[in-house]
Design a binder for this molecule. Structure first.
Ligand code: UN1
Length: 497
């Protein structure tokens, strides 16, 4: 067992003394502590925000290309440490090793994107009514950005947020999830080693109270958040009290894969299984509803359960594992609670999940059930975040859209069909931010915007689209003439009125 990591905050370029207020546990072996971490006080959060504020002017004044070049070295370090990062992540959040590698690569892609973007054109040149006037749209950074991230993507999601924010000249206070502080700390170590100046990125460990202290701090100009809908709504409410504050919140889903009558099952089955059970159903884009046309429901269910029967949930380091444990005991209890509700309401309980324990861990096997849509069913309407999937028959395409949209969420969706007309119909009619045709509803890439609608988000996406949140646009207009000529036909004479 590797020795536990010493948890430290990183403020104004200094690693602060180690404190051990809470432990990060390996969800596959609860007896193993990955590390011990400080619960940051509100005062220390204030110091981190002040450090970010102090670093802001000098960082903002650097050329954009210079800032982008810091990411070149960061990318090199990430590539060099990919295996060690993936191993630490697998121990700390329980995702299988192959997925952890993919996540490190996803984070690396964001770094590469940011580096490349440094030399890309920014802004627009806009025509003016006056021939001698040139008008431009340019962007300025907002200032200090608070980055509050989840445990299920503990490396890539912070980079989706920190990458564009720092490139545009903001500075940051980063709070990783209290479930995955070790990987968060390792990421900040790499930023420091890559040479980001003191104060540009500050790390504060802890749980909700630390996030709350960041959000309550009036000197934070933007909050970037991925996590639960309840926390996201609280962040939005608090932030509404600050005039100079913008929030980008990406908050969960109740996503559906829609399998049409004409679907090719060679696509539909893997798309449904990957959407429901990769990462043990713990992606915010995971599907917990598979909507299947009634004419093919029996055939689909047979093939689906044959495949589910073959996939293994187990040790994240065993190459035969398809998915690992849930993140903690609370997640086990929550998933089993929803499985119990499903049992009361299902037409047919196809796979009843059970807890299993290769060692004292957080392992739960998949739950699959057939059920008619019902507006009052909690297991069909609420986010479970576990290996729990409902198979819901539908009558026709309109009915499928009604069911797909009948939750408070709207993050991702997939439609499986051979018909381009159906594809377009679902593309236009469903509520989502990330749509897929003949694919799983997971697996977004960093150069696309990432976010949802309704309870899933506020339309300010993470990843590449984040530039809209962490900068403000401004107009800049220059006169090249020898006199003043006003637009809209207004007189520019100052000799008389
Ligand atoms: C998340 O579930 O919080 O689209 C992020 C995907 C990944 C990111 C998921 N690239 O599945």
């Amino acid at each position: 067992m590797p020795s536990p990591i010493f948890g430290r905050n990183f403020i104004a370029g200094a690693w602060l003394p180690h404190a051990a207020d809470f432990a990060s546990l390996n969800p596959a072996k609860l007896a193993e502590a990955v590390g011990h971490f400080p619960a940051t006080s509100t005062d220390a959060v204030g110091q981190a925000v002040a450090a970010a504020r102090q670093a802001f002017p000098a960082w903002r004044r650097l050329s954009r290309i210079h800032r982008a070049e810091c990411f070149h070295r960061l990318g090199y370090l990430i590539e060099r440490h990919t295996d060690a990062l993936a191993t630490l992540m697998a121990r700390e959040c329980g995702k299988i090793l192959n997925e952890c590698r993919a996540e490190v690569v996803e984070g690396l892609h964001m770094v590469q994107y940011v580096f490349g973007t440094g030399r890309m054109p920014v802004g627009d040149v806009i025509p003016s009514e006056i021939a001698e006037k040139d008008a431009f749209v340019r962007r300025k950074p907002r200032g200090v950005v608070g980055v509050i991230t989840p445990w299920n993507f503990p490396f890539a999601v912070p980079l989706w947020m920190l990458g564009p924010s720092l490139l545009e000249g903001n500075t940051a206070v980063f709070k990783p999830s209290e479930e995955t502080p070790a990987i968060g700390q390792r990421l900040v170590e790499l930023f420091a080693e890559a040479g980001f100046p003191a104060g540009t990125i500050n790390l504060v460990h802890g749980a909700g109270t630390v996030g709350e202290a960041i959000v309550q701090n009036p000197d934070v100009n933007a909050i970037l958040f991925t996590g639960s809908s309840a926390v996201g709504q609280r962040i939005q409410q608090i932030s509404a009290g600050f005039t100079d504050r913008i929030v980008a919140a990406e908050m969960g889903g109740k996503n559906a894969v829609i399998v049409c009558e004409d679907a090719d099952l060679r696509l539909a089955i893997p798309a449904a299984v990957l959407s429901a059970f990769k990462t043990t159903g713990q992606r915010c884009v995971s599907a917990s509803r598979i909507l299947v046309h009634k004419a093919i429901a029996a055939k689909f269910i047979q093939s689906f359960i044959d495949t589910v029967h073959r996939i293994q949930f187990g040790d994240p380091f065993d190459p035969a594992s398809f998915a690992g444990p849930l993140i903690n005991r609370k997640a086990v209890e929550k998933t089993l609670m929803y499985n119990g509700l499903a049992k009361d309401e299902a037409l047919d309980m196809i796979y009843e999940s059970r807890e299993f324990a290769p060692q004292p861990g957080c392992f739960v096997s998949p739950c699959v059930y057939a059920i008619h849509d019902n507006p009052n069913s909690r297991c069909l309407k609420e986010e479970v975040f576990g290996p729990h999937v409902a198979i819901v028959p539908f009558d026709d395409d309109e009915h499928a859209v009604d069911i797909a949209n009948s939750t408070d969420y709207g993050l991702s969706m997939a439609v499986i069909t051979e018909s381009y007309r159906k594809m377009r119909f679902f593309r236009e009619e469903c509520d989502y931010g990330l749509g897929y045709a003949n694919l799983p509803c997971i697996g977004a890439e960093v150069h696309l915007p990432f976010g949802g609608v309704k309870k899933s988000g506020n339309g300010h996406p993470s990843a590449a689209g984040l530039v809209e949140t962490i900068t403000h646009k401004y107009a800049w207009t220059v006169n090249h003439g020898t006199g003043i000529v006003m637009a809209q036909g207004m007189s520019s004479s100052v000799d008389s009125n």
